[in-house]
Design a protein around this ligand. Structure first.
Ligand code: UDP
Length: 370
């Protein structure tokens, strides 16, 4: 019997590829009309800009084996990801670094002075649990309110004292002028976008792809095993209620009267009175091809609660009270013949490199056992 892979995103495609290489027959079921999940990219025909259809995806990793894996399929172009934030009409550098601190407090401190200055403002706490506690312990009230409170409330749809500290731990705090958004040694964008990765992963005699084809648990009996990357609660028909996901809306604009709208790929808008979280200008992800663009494409990003027919982007984990999630995790563990994978299937806020890493480990364990 073949193996079913539900979802042609990063987890599903890596797993299908590895299984196919090991001799398993794979049927990939994708409910949308394209592969690549939310990593899908497509060149805009009017401007020639490579658009990250579901918002910005920058590949970054510190895992040498994951970097080697993706580089087998794609030509990865080294990329420096920088992000700015517009706060109350002024533009600052992110992640919070010495430039941000000096500009915000109208000072010209050296690293040690800034460290001592922030230490005096910070509200130290042993083992912070919530996003807010972590932020106050990290940078103090003023920087927290300017850069994190509004953005986080808009992005997650709830107050930062309800959210886990782990979300903020994604971001560095630096007492030098390094403004690289990520700390990782490999930061890159694929030369022709991400879609070719999925095409290559799925291009195998042992893989058959079914687009526009939702998969229901009742179909599982026709397969030796199911790898499921859809929403965890959906598999169990929401029997413990709905888990919270955030979805994104993008207001898309194609501008032909300018070659450069904002001078950077991502501009964040942490102010609470601005309804969107950030604006992405996609051409800046591919600086090597900018001479060929005819204008520019921008996405203004709005986050909201994910309703039944929306595309889920972010699983919302809470600082406390995860009993509903735990109930689903127990069900998942007890479900024989199904492995839950990826951001939605495991209900985790995973970056692309961690997704690939987890998918490879999961599938190699499976292959060893079968
Ligand atoms: N964040 C924030 N202000 C910013 C950028 C990020 O408060 O200007 C917080 C916010 O809660 C966000 C989290 O940090 O969800 C992680 O940010 P990241 O840039 O990693 O988000 P992603 O690109 O994955 O949406």
């Amino acid at each position: 019997m073949p193996i079913a892979i539900v979802g042609a995103g990063l987890s599903g495609c890596v797993i299908a590829h590895e299984l196919a290489d090991a001799g398993f027959q794979c049927e990939v079921f994708e409910s949308r009309d394209h592969i690549g999940g939310n990593c899908h990219t497509q060149r805009d025909p009017d401007t020639g800009v490579m658009v990250h259809t579901y918002g910005p995806h920058i590949f970054h990793t510190d895992k040498a084996d994951v970097w080697a894996y993706i580089s087998r399929f794609l030509e990865m172009v080294p990329y420096q990801h920088r992000v700015k934030a517009t706060v109350k009409g002024e533009v600052y550098s992110l992640p919070v670094n010495l430039h941000t601190i000096n500009q915000f407090f109208h000072k010209a401190m050296r690293p040690d002075e800034a460290r001592a200055f922030i230490q005096a403002l910070a509200e130290p706490m042993e083992n912070p649990q919530t996003f807010e506690q972590q932020a106050l312990a990290f940078v103090g009230k003023d920087l927290y309110e300017a850069f994190f409170k509004g953005y986080t409330t808009k992005q997650w749809g709830m107050a930062p004292d309800q959210l886990p500290a782990s979300i903020l731990k994604r971001l560095p705090l630096r007492f030098n002028y390094d403004d690289s958004y990520f700390n990782h040694p490999w930061i890159a964008i694929p030369k022709e976008g991400y879609t070719p990765l999925f095409e290559k992963l799925l291009d195998h005699d042992n893989i058959h792809v079914h687009l526009n084809h939702p998969f229901t648990p009742a179909q599982a009996k026709d397969f030796e095993h199911v790898f499921y990357s859809g929403p965890l609660d959906a598999w169990f028909d929401y029997r413990h209620g709905r888990l919270l996901y955030r979805t994104l809306d993008f207001e898309k604009q194609i501008l032909t009267d300018t070659q450069d709208y904002q001078g950077i790929a991502v501009m964040n808008y942490p102010d609470a009175n601005i309804p969107y979280t950030r604006i992405t200008e996609h051409k800046h992800f591919a600086p090597w091809e900018q001479d060929r663009h005819r204008g520019t494409v921008i996405y203004t990003e709005f986050s909201r609660h994910c309703e039944e027919n929306d595309i889920p982007y972010y699983p919302v984990r809470l600082a406390q009270g995860q009993t509903q999630l735990e109930a689903y995790q127990t069900l998942a563990r007890e479900t024989e013949g199904v492995t839950f994978i990826g951001r939605l299937g495991t209900f985790q806020y995973l970056d692309m490199d961690v997704t690939i890493d987890q998918a490879l480990k999961t599938v190699h364990t499976f292959i060893q056992q079968h």
